[in-house]
Design a binder for this molecule. Structure first.
Ligand SMILES: Nc1ncnc2c1ncn2[C@@H]1O[C@H](COP(=O)(O)OP(=O)(O)OP(=O)(O)O)[C@@H](O)[C@H]1O
Ligand SMILES: O=P(O)(O)OC[C@H]1O[C@](O)(CO)[C@@H](O)[C@@H]1O
Length: 523
């Protein structure tokens, strides 16, 4: 549907204002400055200086910084202390959900004001581990990048009132970026849920080979019927195909308009969600009424706020197998050194979790924490001394600063092309230990991300696929769906794409690992 003039989505006005946050919120960040939200020191004098909410800004309402938001008061939470979502409801006609006849199979519905708490831990003091940025999220893995968040996020799920006539829906599904276990599962469940609502099968398009498939002549979209997607979850990869680059947003929106699409589902990572956001903005600018919903996919697990991305658990399962193989090889040789390189361009979640899960890693190196080769080699020598062999796990993005000839440049999507730290380390180890160590190097990267999902991930993908469609029928746009604090929520895309999520070097998870493997500081 096209309307005259730009679409002004029915989002309540977001007030661009930087606030001084009252002391209660700064308990864990005493005296520090949070990014874009200045925290007031915890003194009564400072407390007096906290400005009163201005007219129109009700107590407990939230105020935004770049996109995140700072709570005004913990004690006066009201409906507005929530991560707001854009919607197109002003341009759509509300109607009953088709599932209302049997009360959604007896299971009931989710209300628009159902919400999930974002701040779940109450810390005793600023000394408690993880207390810094307790009421927000860190975008850079360091303390200065803390962005405060409101108290609540809107709950994901089916609504009693929907804003599209299912018979009039024309939808498209696209997968983009690198592979990740579960892509097919998500596509399948989007198709199943759309047709459950009553969307005609002929009206569901699968876009081929990523975003370029919207407009490239040699990759025509396919029609996604239930039969077509039956059983695709048993295979790895994506039956739609994927690619990097090719995000010509104007051209994409031209096709959306031409084909009369009113729902677009983008299954992608930080890049794919940035594309979804750009498409949503362009639709708005061109007056094209089309809801754009992201499903966050990242084998690196680097999406802000989301507990874990789909496919990540499967990836860890596969990755730890490589570590187990390295252990067998290493422990069968005198001074055996098993070196495993895992994916993780900017975030070391796979390496950290696989190291922890395997129980065999002696060293784990991740992009977030710099290391010195001499210190690393000294430690490996000490491990040889103690147990006769050593297993080292390294994320591909680790140690880029020490590589003499970085690969440089960017891929078609603008992601940095990394130099191969695995090969580099193997050569350094060979140079140093000469014949005194038996080095086995394993790089299972593409094997890990090409497998089908484990059962937990399969279930997760089902919920995400269903949730994405429920969100679209609810009239929301520019949203993504994910698990946050173990509940399913809708999040505004601009909030999650501010930066890739990183391992917190001072967080409990990393701390647990280095304590378990007795890893010293290599910096
Ligand atoms: N800022 C952006 N605006 C519009 N499109 C973008 C933007 N960033 C990336 N894209 C597009 O989104 C698509 C996916 O991006 P990218 O290749 O970076 O993978 P991703 O979605 O981040 O997944 P992965 O985690 O596998 O890297 C590409 O087609 C890319 O051109
Ligand atoms: O070789 P490709 O397909 O560009 O993907 C490699 C990248 O994709 C990811 O799997 C996900 O972003 C990274 O870990 C990795 O660096």
């Amino acid at each position: 549907m096209r309307i005259q003039g730009p679409v002004h989505s029915n989002v309540s006005v977001i007030r661009q204002r930087i606030v001084r946050v009252p002391p209660a919120l700064c308990r864990s960040a005493r005296g520090r400055t949070c990014m874009q939200v200045s925290c007031v020191a915890e003194t009564s004098e400072a407390a007096k200086q906290v400005p009163k909410p201005t007219a129109g800004l009700s107590t407990g309402a939230y105020v935004t910084n770049s996109f995140g938001a700072g709570r005004v008061s913990r004690d006066s939470v009201d409906e507005e202390d929530v991560l707001e979502l854009k919607n197109l409801r002003n341009y759509l006609v509300p109607r009953d959900s088709p599932f209302i006849v049997d009360n959604n199979h007896g299971g009931g519905f989710v209300g628009d004001r159902d919400r999930i708490r974002l701040h779940t831990v109450e810390f005793e003091s600023a000394d408690s581990a993880g207390s810094f940025c307790a009421d927000g999220m860190m975008t850079q893995g360091d303390e200065d990048s803390c962005i405060l968040l409101p108290e609540w996020a809107i709950r994901c799920g089916p609504r009693k009132t929907i804003y599209f006539d299912p018979k009039q829906v024309s939808a498209a599904v696209v997968t983009c970026g690198g592979l990740c276990p579960g892509l097919n599962d998500v596509v399948q469940n989007i198709v199943y849920t759309l047709t459950d609502y009553g969307v005609p099968e002929d009206n569901i398009l699968g876009i081929r080979y990523g975003l370029r498939g919207f407009y490239e002549r040699d990759a025509k979209p396919i029609t996604l019927t239930r039969k077509y997607v039956d059983g695709i979850h048993l295979k790895g990869g994506t039956m739609l195909g994927t690619s990097r680059g090719g995000a010509n947003v104007k051209e994409i929106v031209r096709r959306i308009d031409l084909w009369g699409l009113n729902m677009v589902f983008v299954v992608g990572g930080n890049g794919g969600n940035a594309a979804a956001n750009a498409i949503s903005d362009e639709c708005e600018a061109q007056g094209v009424v089309c809801t754009v919903v992201g499903v966050p996919k990242s084998i690196d697990n680097d999406i802000l706020l989301i507990d874990k991305c789909f496919g990540f658990e499967t990836a860890v399962e596969e990755a730890q197998r490589a570590l187990l193989a390295a252990k067998v090889e290493a422990s069968s040789a005198r001074n055996g050194l098993g070196l495993v390189k895992l994916m993780g361009r900017q975030s070391g979640f796979i390496a950290m979790q696989a190291s922890m899960a395997s129980g065999v890693a002696d060293v784990c190196l991740i992009p977030e924490i710099p290391f010195r080769i001499d210190k690393l080699i000294n430690h490996i020598a000490a491990v040889f001394e103690k147990q006769g062999h050593c297993v080292v796990c390294i994320a591909e993005g680790a140690g880029q600063d020490i590589l003499l000839n970085g690969a440089g440049g960017t891929d078609a999507s603008g992601n940095p092309i990394l130099a191969d730290i695995g090969i580099f380390l193997r050569n350094e180890f060979k140079k140093h230990f000469k014949g005194d160590a038996d080095i086995k190097y394993i790089d299972p990267s593409y094997m890990i991300r090409s497998v089908p999902t484990t059962s937990n991930d399969r279930i997760y993908c089902k919920v995400l696929g269903q949730g994405a469609v429920h969100g679209a029928f609810a009239g929301y746009t520019d949203i993504t769906v994910g698990l946050v604090n173990t509940h399913y929520v809708y999040l505004p895309i601009p909030m999650i794409i501010q930066a890739p999520r990183k391992v917190n070097p001072k967080g409990r998870r990393w701390n647990r690992l280095i304590a378990a493997i007795r890893q010293p500081d290599f910096s």
